[in-house]
Design a protein around this ligand. Structure first.
Ligand code: NAD
Length: 254
């Protein structure tokens, strides 16, 4: 990607205070984009945005909350006038519990953030992309979006949902100049495993999933995910739409 591939474009990235989202924000800024750094954690969003400089703004929003998402979209539009790229990246993991064991509240929270949150931001941003007649959406799904044994039941279902939503958006708006693709990261060195609410992993789930998880033990750097997102959002991928792209060093090929 050249340094000005995204010159004059605006990228909105959720979960950009940490991990993969932060690496995406930095990568899009380096490629010339103005970046809206969204996170539920205001301090970390500020840190990412100030690290980038005056081509980024921080926006605190909870993607699982419709009013918060409406305010986020408004912030982006009033700052930059449009949204060309949306990276739906914010997400949380479950406690690796199997379907019989997962607490219902955890199921609802993980589905609400990972799937409904991705939908809410997409739903709010699409009218702006449709108005411009162009847009690129990159969703961060997971290996757990295409296999049953890579995480607990809630995370697995939520990421399969993200894959389905990706295809739905890709199919619905192909003729309107809007593309939608997903990356499926393999295990990546980020803060996700130590994030709020997921410190107590379910021992039965871990035992059952352990051998599968171990297959993916080669850890990626967040920047390797950002590079894939940058390509999918770029004009170099102008005919790539509805693609579900593993970025896992070959894990899912086995
Ligand atoms: P991370 O915890 O480092 O970053 C996630 C960010 O999302 C955090 O800054 C967090 O504050 C933010 N966030 C959480 N809930 C939010 C909400 N409701 N609204 C707005 N922001 C919210 O984790 P990461 O690994 O960088 O995760 C990014 C994405 O990558 C997630 O969708 C995750 O499921 C996916 N993923 C990660 C891995 C991995 O191994 N790290 C593997 C596959 C997929």
């Amino acid at each position: 990607m050249t340094t000005d591939s995204f010159h004059d474009r605006v990228a909105l990235i959720t979960g950009a205070g940490s991990g993969i989202g932060r690496a995406m924000a930095v990568a899009f800024a380096k490629a010339g984009a103005r970046v809206v750094v969204c996170d539920i954690n205001g301090e970390s969003a500020e840190r990412t945005a100030s690290g980038i400089g005056d081509t980024a703004i921080a926006a605190v929003a909870d993607i699982s909350d419709e009013a918060s998402v409406a305010a986020l979209t408004e912030t982006a539009i009033s700052a930059y006038g449009r949204i060309d790229v949306l990276c739906n990246n914010a997400g949380i993991i479950d406690n690796m519990a199997l379907p019989a064991d997962i607490p219902v509240e955890m199921w609802e929270r993980v589905l609400r953030v990972n799937l409904t949150g991705t939908f809410l931001v997409t739903h709010a941003v699409l009218p702006h992309m449709l108005r411009e007649g162009r847009g690129a959406i990159v969703n961060t799904a997971s290996e757990a979006g295409i296999r049953g044994g890579a995480a607990g039941a809630a995370y697995t279902a939520s990421k399969h949902g993200v894959v389905g939503l990706t295809r739905s958006v890709a199919w619905a708006y192909a003729k309107e100049g809007i593309r939608c693709n997903a990356i499926l990261p393999g295990p990546t060195l980020t803060g996700i495993a130590t994030a709020e609410g997921v410190r107590d992993f379910d021992p039965a789930g871990i035992t059952r999933l352990g051998p599968v998880l171990a297959l993916g033990e080669q850890m990626a750097q967040p920047e390797q995910m950002a590079d894939a997102a940058l390509f999918l959002a770029s004009d170099a991928a102008s005919f790539v739409n509805g693609a579900i792209v593993p970025v896992d060093g070959g894990w899912s090929a086995g």
